[in-house]
Design a protein around this ligand. Sequence first.
Ligand code: SF4
Length: 312
Amino acid sequence: MTEVYNKEEQELLSSCTLCPRECRVNRFQEGSGYCGMDAGMNIASICIHRGEEPPISGPAGICNIFLSGCNLHCIYCQNHDISRPDATCRQSKTTLEATLDIIESILSDDIKAVGFVSPSHVVPQVKAIIRGLNERGLKPVTVYNTNSYDKPEVIDALDGIIDVYLPDYKYVTSGIADEYSDAPDYPEVSLKALRRMYYQKGSTLTCDEAGRAEGGILIRHLVLPGHIDESKKVLRSIAEELSPGMHISLMSQYHPVPFVRSHNKLNRTLYKAEYESVVEAMESLGFRNVWVQDMDSYKNYRPDFRKEHPFE
Ligand code: SF4
């Protein structure tokens, strides 16, 4: 397993301090850190995904790599089947070569981007995949689809490797981040990570003639039921700490997963009035590069990772 990593990556994985959890476990021996993942290629699915924002999916879709495990354990996680410690569809132990073969079979003149979904706990694996693709003469647009619980130095080291950042910005309130994602430091950690992405890319999102993103940042925010004030604070933070010129995807697709069916706030989908209120706030803050969703979008974003094509 060590042969796919360079010396620096081997050292990092031998006593893992990759993410802010800093578990210091040897991931070549076991996956006993908070994310539960060892140093292998633990991949739940590699598939064509057409359901991302238009510049991310493009007309034909993106080759998304859904990585197993996560360094956040959000109680409402929409991908809980592959991310949580008790996930039922985690798949592991594929090889780098097999991974590259699948990606190569999907990439085409129409599908030019590779998206890494939940990569924060497996950045060395992500880098190994990109190196492997480059060695095969493939130079896809690389998309880092992150929860933003990333160390600043990790984002710095992705400069020149990642073309498009697709970060979540979930909360600005420590108590909410603690209760929902077991990460009270999420607000400060994610803001630092976003600043480093902004430093690299600015507020532009450059696209090719077909409308496919080739470089830049698109920030995602999932509006949670009963938390519109938090969503407005998140948007204000982006406007004040980064720029109202940032590209924003404001998501209404929340749906309650089994773990939160009895939660007093998270046990329902979003009300139309809640979403409209946040959209209005976003416009008042001066954001113009935005994507908003239909209120019934939650019906279209419920992947089933037991299937070969989880979104179809
Ligand atoms: S990547 Fe995983 S093992 Fe490493 S510090 Fe983060 S949670 Fe712990």
